[in-house]
Design a protein around this ligand. Sequence first.
Ligand code: GLC
Length: 570
Amino acid sequence: MIVAALQWCGCQNTPTTKATTITNKDSNWWKSAVIYQLYPRSFKDSDGDGIGDLKGILSELDYLQSLGIDAIWLNPIYSSPNDDNGYDVSDYRAIMKDFGTMEDFDALLAAMHQRGLKLIMDIVVNHSSDEHDWFRQSRSSRNNPYRNYYHWWPAEKGKPPYRYSLFDINHDAWKYDSLTNAYYLHYFGVKQPDLNWENPKLRQEIYDMMEFWAQKGVDGFRLDAFQFAAKDTSWPHLPQGYEQQFAKHVAMKPAIHNYLREMNEQVLSKYGVMSVAEGAGNSFEDAHQLVDAARKELNMAYAFEAVDLAKSSGYNLLQFKRVFSTWDSAFAKEGWLSIFLANHDNARMVTRFASDAPEHNPYAATMLHTFLLSMRGTPYCYYGDELGMTNPGFNSITDYRDKPALNDYQYQLKQGKKAATILTEMRFSCRDNGRTPMQWNTSANAGFTTGTPWIAVNKNYTTLNVAAQQKDSTSCLTYFKKMVALRKREPALVHGSYTLVDANNQQVYAYTRSWKDKKVLVLLNFSGKQATVQTGYQLSTATPLLYNYATPPSATLRPYEAVVYALQTP
Ligand code: GLC
């Protein structure tokens, strides 16, 4: 399955001749920040072409600021033929036409900074687009100076050892190119050839490009699919079926650390920009090696183990608690984690991890926000989740836009699966479910565009939208803002140590966060039924700091009820 597969998911020190521009930023701001992930294609369209754009984002900065968030991670906005919605970059220094111009970008960045909002750019450098000039040159002849910017296998050596492609229609990562009688490698789509990080010239181009954005003043970088950048280019044969454990076999090859240290020295530390990897390798140790401060590589890990748990058949809360608890304890002393339950590669969090049934609105989504905003690590809110946006329930394959998902649909049909069965699974897990337009108001297309949206708007926009929720003191949006504000006021929620409470409770996730003389207790009913919890604390003497029902909590938790208590400490 695409969705399952998607959850992965000695270098030369070339001296830089550029002027050193170290900006004076609080170097650890990202630890106490709340990050908002914004999918530009689906946020707000300013020119009626049905595609969100930078001017659209600019026009909604009041809204974004009102959330209380600190930083915005923008999915890729570079020139791209859009085979993978911008994750196939054809020019890293230009803005995608659909999204606007470089002037629009500069205006957006300046306006964000004026409001104290930081910007995190998505850096897609495991691969480029096949329409990037580097690739055009590379494929033109075996002697071209750009040939070694990519991985080629000369066909006279026979077929290259099998490599699995996550997005290819036949899952074959080697594409034969008759022009030079050779195969090129693409772990993702056929139009996303993998860059050759062993080539110091390529690496320097990437660092220069990152410097270009750092010099503009961006505050952080998210490194897309970077755990695959270093490769074993002796191309050993891999065991049959290795794709079931794709990352174990092809991610985190040792040279990745050389590349990251080089990148850190040349760009990240020089400009004081924050950095987050996509993925965290295959173990706690891998994750530590990416982000422990003394290693001078990246700042924050982004592990998939938890977000991968939700399946159409459900998930087990005890396992969910185990995953978060073990990651927390592995990072209690050193390193830093991202906390998230959704992103552009996943369906909507409320559908996957709680319930999108109308009777559970807004409790299910506000319970999940209470969770995300009360854990240790940097919380990420995916656009629309602050409203409790749900999967749209698409009925036809023609509703979907994601090319890898459409490829996978064809692949599964070829394997003999029934269309209806594939569609049922897609309705739950396809990543397009998390990419429908932002629901602003009750006007046509939810106020996202005056044109035809590139992907259909979720029909529930008539009741679930920003305008309605802004007016409603009991809405998901209002609660989200309160929970962000609580995290900002309560250092225990950012820095406090985490202790699981009533570990074997099958309905309730309960834990404390302790910091100095403060102790906060969080109770989360992850079920649609009433629940009780054995905390061992005297709740009658505790102060509820925030709860997601209109009336105060009692000993029994209501469906999807969430409560944050301040405990009396001796
Ligand atoms: C990352 C992105 C995903 C993209 C893939 C290829 O996993 O998050 O959206 O399709 O890389 O770039």
